[in-house]
Design a protein around this ligand. Structure first.
Ligand code: AMP
Length: 278
């Protein structure tokens, strides 16, 4: 496995590459969810192709006062995980931004609601770093998790609107046995909070049951979800929305392409999840 830590070297490497390349962008603290993305990347790259993983805790996507400093950075563990998973190139840059940077990539429609409303500037940071990674590594395809549904929709829009010649591949959310979506932030939870964190999945699956049973009122479905979340004493809703999966517009009545998306604080840890309803 090749390890590259500077922008200049990864650009030179990409220029010389002749094989197909599939990129998996991450912030590290790798778990089974990330490994599923790597597995899918290998399927798309082929055995002679290149699977590239980037690990970069992107300061631009953390709003002031959030967990940028304490975000886990288990560098050597991540390196071994990548090697064991058959990754060909690990890019962990230490020179991504100029101090006087002044150009950003901003998506202006899909970023307005959900996590974009709760975390101002977050998706500008995400789009900027992903656009930079696309320019630097020039992959043929890139793999993202549906766990971050809004992020995936925004990246698809960025690629469409800015004509990146890169295929975007979405991967279904990998969950623990009790339904909790795997996340690097789950390690912030203490044992009691971890037990309560299943409330996100329980709320979404309860809503899905009612939707499957014919309940069409989004207001009532969201009230049910709020009720389930309220049953966990350390949980506090940040947002719960039912939106169109592609344009992320809130729905009043359930219709095809509906997805429920939510962000919930469990203790001090903010967890997000989503589930397709129709
Ligand atoms: P992160 O390191 O949290 O920025 O995530 C890197 C990529 O892994 C993103 O595309 C995420 O959507 C994806 N990802 C994170 N957790 C999961 C999961 N539980 N299942 C599937 N993909 C995931």
């Amino acid at each position: 496995m090749k390890i590259i830590e500077t922008v200049g070297e990864v650009q030179a490497d990409a220029r010389e590459r002749t094989s197909r390349s599939v990129l998996v962008p991450t912030m590290g603290a790798l778990h089974r969810g990330h490994l599923e993305l790597v597995r899918v990347a290998r399927e798309h790259a082929g055995k002679d192709g290149e699977v590239a993983v980037s690990i970069f805790v992107n300061p631009l996507q953390f709003e002031p006062g959030s967990d940028f400093e304490k975000y886990p950075r288990p560098e050597s563990v991540d390196e071994n995980v990548c090697r064991d998973a058959g990754v060909n190139l690990l890019f962990r840059p230490n020179d991504m931004y100029f101090d006087d940077r002044s150009v950003y990539v901003e998506e202006t429609a899909l970023s307005a609601g959900l996590c974009g409303a709760a975390r101002p500037g977050h998706f500008r940071g995400v789009c900027t770093v992903v656009a930079k990674l696309f320019n630097l590594l020039a992959p043929d395809a890139a793999v993202f998790g549906e766990k971050d549904h809004q992020q995936l929709a925004i990246i698809r829009r960025m690629v469409r609107d800015l004509n990146f010649p890169i295929e975007i591949i979405g991967v279904p959310t990998v969950r623990e046995a009790d339904g909790l979506a795997l996340s690097s932030r789950n390690q912030y939870l203490n044992a009691d909070e971890r037990a309560q964190a299943t409330v996100l999945y329980r709320a979404m699956t309860r809503v899905k049951e009612l939707a499957d049973g014919g309940q069409k009122s989004v207001g009532e479905l969201i009230d049910v979800a709020k009720g389930v979340i309220a049953s966990a004493k350390s949980a506090r809703v940040d947002y719960i929305s039912i939106v169109d999966a592609d344009n992320l517009q809130p729905l009043g009545v359930l219709q095809p392409n509906a997805v429920i998306a939510l962000a919930v604080f469990v203790g001090k840890t903010r967890l997000i999840d989503n589930l397709r309803l129709w």
